[in-house]
Design a binder for this molecule. Structure first.
Ligand SMILES: *Cc1c(COP(=O)(O)O)cnc(C)c1O
Length: 417
């Protein structure tokens, strides 16, 4: 459920017409619905209400401070994957006990910063990382709380670039090495073994991979308990998919939660969930203006002022995003077009061979489901300043990130002396 809808043929975010925002801030811009973000978080939290749990929003999905702040106020913790993301959650005043730190390549500096901040736990992805954390914790005279991220080797049936729980992926500790590493970890004097972590991929559209992974993981949890290594936390990662198109929608958070909780019956574990996309994805759109319409042979191209540098999911994953006119005109015909950006790459597209209302030059269009992995993956490719970000709450909107200027973009470049 989201709060983007037409009212008098103008696409609104909550009670604000998107063309009005375009007038005020220019294009392209991302627009997020505060109400939708809060609703998605609440649905997720309620789904797990029966269990001891902490929802740690995955910061990388959309890391704007205003969004983190909004979610924190509603009780969210955070899953971070870098020192930069730690700085973001620090700036919104998130307490350490609501932060988990994931990622395969944590540097010494990042680990030190997290230890000093006093985070809930590190999700450790290798033996080397475990020993590095032990050493650094020793130097700081503290004990690091850790979970080991176990790779359960199940196929999440999602795009290969966002599949993480297979043997061939770089993520996690191989299932058959897990027991050994837990035994070793228990002997390290600056490590406190708190839990087990597992994240098998993103944009999963069925429940069975989650359930299969959980079954494997729980076998391990039981074995560990018998070995005298009881765990308090089970982090099940993120990955629940969202509807991008009209095909069969992914399971709702409620169904996801009941499928997991069924397996967890009889285990005394505090759950950590790390949803990203399911919170932010459908809470945002990218609004862009049609610069040109161009006919090449038998193909019509709608050329927009946003490009793959703003939203790279189509280029990266061949992802589908719904596209809608921001203002519907009476009797708009439909035609099959490619919607493309201005960037010098053939991968720079938002839609291919798509039946869409016939746009004119100057029209605004909204690229739906752009709230997650949109701005956070954007770049300056082609020396394009990054887009503005706007949040709507009710009948008010505010810029939550100003459009980048060329001065800012070029600020750090220095001619060779
Ligand atoms: C990316 C990521 C998430 C969030 O995934 P979504 O598909 O956006 O829910 C959660 N945990 C980890 C470790 C991740 O890398």
């Amino acid at each position: 459920m989201d709060h983007f809808h037409y009212q008098d043929d103008r696409l609104h975010c909550e009670e604000v017409a998107l063309d009005r925002i375009a007038e005020a801030v220019g294009t392209p811009f991302f627009c997020y619905s505060g109400k939708t973000l809060r609703h998605h978080l609440a649905v997720f939290q309620q789904a797990f209400a029966k269990a001891k749990h902490l929802v740690c929003y995955s910061v990388k999905a959309n890391s704007n401070l205003a969004i983190l702040d909004l979610l924190a106020r509603d009780g969210a913790g955070f899953d971070i994957v870098s020192g930069g993301e730690l700085e973001r959650v620090r700036r919104i005043g998130c307490p350490g006990h609501k932060i988990v730190f994931s990622g395969v390549g944590k540097t010494k500096e990042e680990i030190r910063q997290a230890l000093e901040y006093g985070i809930l736990m590190f999700n450790v992805e290798s033996r080397s990382e475990l020993y590095r954390i032990d050493t650094l914790a020793g130097e700081l005279g503290v004990r690091a709380s850790v979970a080991l991220r176990i790779n359960p080797d199940v196929d999440p049936n999602t795009h290969p670039h966002i599949s993480t729980g297979l043997k061939r992926n770089k993520f996690g500790i191989p299932y058959h090495n897990a027991l050994d590493l837990y035994r070793d970890a228990q002997r390290l004097s600056h490590i406190q073994l708190l839990g087990l972590d597992c994240h098998i991929g993103s944009q999963l559209t069925t429940l069975s991979p989650f359930v299969d992974a959980l079954k494997r993981i729980l076998t391990l949890v039981s074995t560990l308990k018998h070995e005298g290594i009881p765990l308090a936390y089970l982090d099940l990662g993120g990955g629940l998919g969202i509807p991008y198109d009209q095909s069969r929608p992914p399971p709702l958070p409620d169904h996801y939660a009941s499928a997991l909780l069924r397996e967890l019956d009889g285990f005394d574990l505090t759950l950590i969930l790390e949803p990203g996309r399911v919170i932010a994805g459908n809470a945002g759109v990218l609004v862009t203006r049609v610069e040109y319409i161009k006919d090449n042979e038998d193909k019509r191209f709608i050329i927009t002022d946003a490009g793959m540098n703003d939203l790279m999911r189509p280029a990266l994953y061949d992802a589908y995003h719904g596209i809608q006119p921001v203002v519907r005109r009476f009797g708009m015909e439909e035609e099959v077009v490619d919607v493309v950006g201005p960037i010098c790459e053939s991968g720079d597209f938002f839609a291919r061979n798509r039946l869409l209302p016939a746009f004119s030059e100057g029209d605004l269009l909204a690229v739906r489901s752009s709230g997650a992995y949109g701005f956070s993956m954007s770049s300056n490719y082609n020396t394009r300043p990054r887009a503005a970000e706007v949040m709507v709450q009710g009948d008010r909107f505010a810029i939550i990130r100003r459009r980048e200027t060329l001065d800012e973009l070029l600020h750090n470049e220095i001619l060779f002396p």
